[in-house]
Design a protein around this ligand. Structure first.
Ligand code: FES
Length: 405
């Protein structure tokens, strides 16, 4: 339900969200996560248990209340659902209809189970071999050239200070929908939470990216988000196709919050063609990680943070010569102290003092309109204190552009 007092009437829940069943709410919760004003609340929608539909799942018949999503139905009958890509019987990392990693076959077509309502007579197949016969799908948008680059863009390619309209484009980018985090300062929330639109295959995305790269005469392609890594099969096939369609000198840059990466996933990304990676390390303390990411379960936050640090350690240990690694650290005094940023710096310097680290000035966005964007002088002072930890390549993003070596 919508709280009229809080609603900003931005309309996002109408134009951004694919409420697939227009007759009634099925309680997927996507609008609750997506609303910038927190005006949406999930009330019990399963109260009318008497009205049921019959569906078959992997050949077995089941009855479910009409106000149920497929994912809820599968969970109810014992399927193991994981929030991490490639884990569990069904992996549903975003639960807002963007990543399509939770897709199952519904009457022979892939559908995102997290937002798809059960319907009378549906034939559902969750069998991975049957699913793998279809090309993977994902919502992706904003295919366009970029001037600023990202965390994983080498600093010597980025404009310094105030960049102007005359600065050349740095890379061609696209933005994948869906994220496993719920950052209240999400800087790309309209992409992250949009579930409306037509999903694309990796080949379709790779062809569009390649064509634009050629038109703009660029030698870098970036995949950002949302969180790019949530649909593992889709991302790996995208990279392989990009590698095949583009000359070897073209760099393939993956931008990630790193919380889903495991050593075997990193190995697969490199084997598929990734040459550059921008990894956001949100924090070193669980309480700060929770404030920044909006993850409210302490155990889950610890696991996500552990995975992100382990992935960065593995990348620096195993692939430092082959892959350009850039690390982003969120900065805003309202949720992280200088001491904690320095603790992040010391841990990174012990791993590799030459790694590129970019301090990101978190500004008022999405649900956190109350915070104040750090001034450029504050960011430059933070960069100096980070260098004292032994890091040799510190850059910072400010409202007056990028500064650094
Ligand atoms: S978990 Fe369903 S679309 Fe991402």
């Amino acid at each position: 339900m919508r709280d009229e007092k809080l609603c900003l009437y931005c309309g996002f829940c109408s134009w951004g969200l694919a409420c697939l069943d227009t007759d009634r709410c099925v309680g997927c919760g996507a609008c609750v996560d997506a609303c910038p004003a927190q005006a949406r609340r999930l009330e019990s929608v399963l109260c009318d248990d008497s009205k049921k539909v019959k569906i078959t799942v992997d050949g077995r018949p089941y009855h479910f209340p009409v106000s149920t999503t497929l994912l809820q139905a599968l969970e109810k009958v014992g399927y193991i659902i994981s929030g991490f890509p490639g884990e569990g019987q069904i992996s549903a990392p975003c639960r807002t209809g963007g990543c399509w990693n939770c897709a199952v076959l519904v009457d022979g077509e892939l559908k995102p189970s997290c937002i798809t309502p059960v319907k009378e007579g549906m034939r559902v197949v969750t069998e991975p071999v049957a699913i793998s016969e279809k090309p993977p799908l994902r919502l992706v948008s904003n295919f366009s050239p970029h001037q600023a680059g990202g965390v994983g863009t080498p600093h010597w390619l980025k404009p310094k200070g105030l960049f102007t309209a005359t600065f050349p484009y740095v890379e061609l980018a696209c933005f994948t929908h869906g994220c496993n985090l719920r950052c209240p300062t999400c800087q790309n929330w309209e992409v992250t939470y949009t579930s409306r639109g037509s999903p694309v295959t990796p080949v379709q995305a790779a062809e569009a990216l390649t064509l634009q790269r050629q038109q703009y005469n660029l030698n870098r392609i970036a995949v950002s988000g949302g969180e790019s890594t949530l649909n593992r099969r889709w991302l790996l096939e995208l990279l392989r196709t990009l590698r095949r369609l583009n000359p070897p000198e073209v760099r393939l840059h993956v931008d990630t919050n790193t919380t889903t990466l495991t050593p075997d996933y990193v190995d697969e990304l490199v084997a598929a063609g990734m040459t550059d990676i921008g990894t956001d390390l949100k924090a070193i303390r669980t309480s700060t990680f929770m404030k920044i990411t909006g993850v409210t379960n302490t155990g889950l936050a610890e696991e996500l943070m552990r995975r992100s640090w382990s992935a960065v350690e593995y990348l620096l240990y195993r692939y430092r010569q082959e892959v350009f690694v850039g690390i982003g650290i969120p900065c805003n005094p309202s949720f992280v102290t200088v001491e904690e940023i320095q603790a992040v710096g010391r841990r990174l310097a012990a791993l590799d003092s030459s790694v590129q680290v970019c301090l990101l000035d978190y500004r008022p966005e999405f649900r956190r309109q109350d915070i104040i964007r750090p001034a450029p002088e504050q960011m430059l002072a933070l960069a100096e204190s980070l260098k004292e930890t032994g890091l040799e390549c510190v850059t910072c993003q400010t409202e007056r552009g990028n500064f650094g070596p």
